[in-house]
Design a protein around this ligand. Structure first.
Ligand code: AMP
Length: 218
């Protein structure tokens, strides 16, 4: 089973991809996670990618495409996978189509997670992280007991650079201009299904599974 998850920042792609990956026993391939790992390990790719990621911009196609192509060749991806956050541009989608041809893959499903932009911006810009233990809070839905201090270790909370409202707005701008054209691209190929991602994690997951089961079994 080959699945592609497309959606704006904060739509819950990662959360849903993790659940789907476990349910169907296929690896989750998240280019954002792979890039963050490269940054953490200070590799050549990581050093190049960091500046783009911090600004909320896309990492250049050539870098992401070669990283993904390498990952698809790994053994665990031979029976299926869920791509989370790739492709994000038409050039990436074209490269993926070529790769699929080479791998003799003709059946895959693209799932678009659709959300209300202003709700997401409010929710994402309220996220805070403990500077010591990394615990995640949300000032709107899961605030700390004491203002700006971690409940568990009393260390100050901070806001990730890519959670700042200006950065989130930039990421949405990038999504709307570079990634949203893929909705049309895959609709024309008859590969796209859209799921509303404004509900709870369970509700969204149920809707995704219904779409997958219909596409692959029904
Ligand atoms: P994500 O965790 O998927 O939101 O990705 C975090 C950041 O990694 C994005 O804002 C981009 O800078 C970069 N990134 C992840 N996937 C891609 C991709 N397919 N193409 C270009 N940049 C990407």
């Amino acid at each position: 089973m080959r699945l592609l998850l497309i959606g704006p920042p904060g739509a819950g792609k990662g959360t849903q991809a993790t659940i789907i990956s476990k349910k169907y026993g296929i690896p989750q391939i998240a280019t954002g996670d792979m890039l963050r790992e490269e940054v953490k390990n200070k590799t050549e790719l990581g050093m190049k990618a960091k500046a783009y990621m911090d600004k909320g911009e896309l990492v250049p196609d050539s870098l992401v495409i070669s990283m993904l192509e390498k990952r698809l060749k790994e053994k665990d991806a031979s029976k299926g996978f869920i791509l989370d956050g790739f492709p994000r541009t038409v050039a990436q989608a074209d490269a993926l189509a070529d790769k699929f041809k080479e791998m003799h893959i003709d059946k895959f499903l693209v799932i678009e997670l659709k959300v209300d932009e202003e709700n997401i911006i409010k929710r994402l810009s309220a996220r805070r992280v403990c500077s010591s233990c990394g615990k995640i809070y949300n000032l709107l839905t899961e605030p700390p007991k004491k203002d700006n201090v971690c409940d568990d270790c009393n260390a100050p909370l901070y806001q990730r650079d890519d959670d700042k409202e200006s950065t989130i707005r930039e990421r949405f701008k990038v999504y709307n201009s570079k990634t949203a054209p893929l909705i049309d691209y895959y609709t024309k190929k008859g590969m796209l299904k859209t799921v509303s991602a404004d509900g709870s994690i369970e509700e969204i997951n149920k809707a995704i599974i219904a779409v997958i089961d219909k596409a692959f079994n029904g």
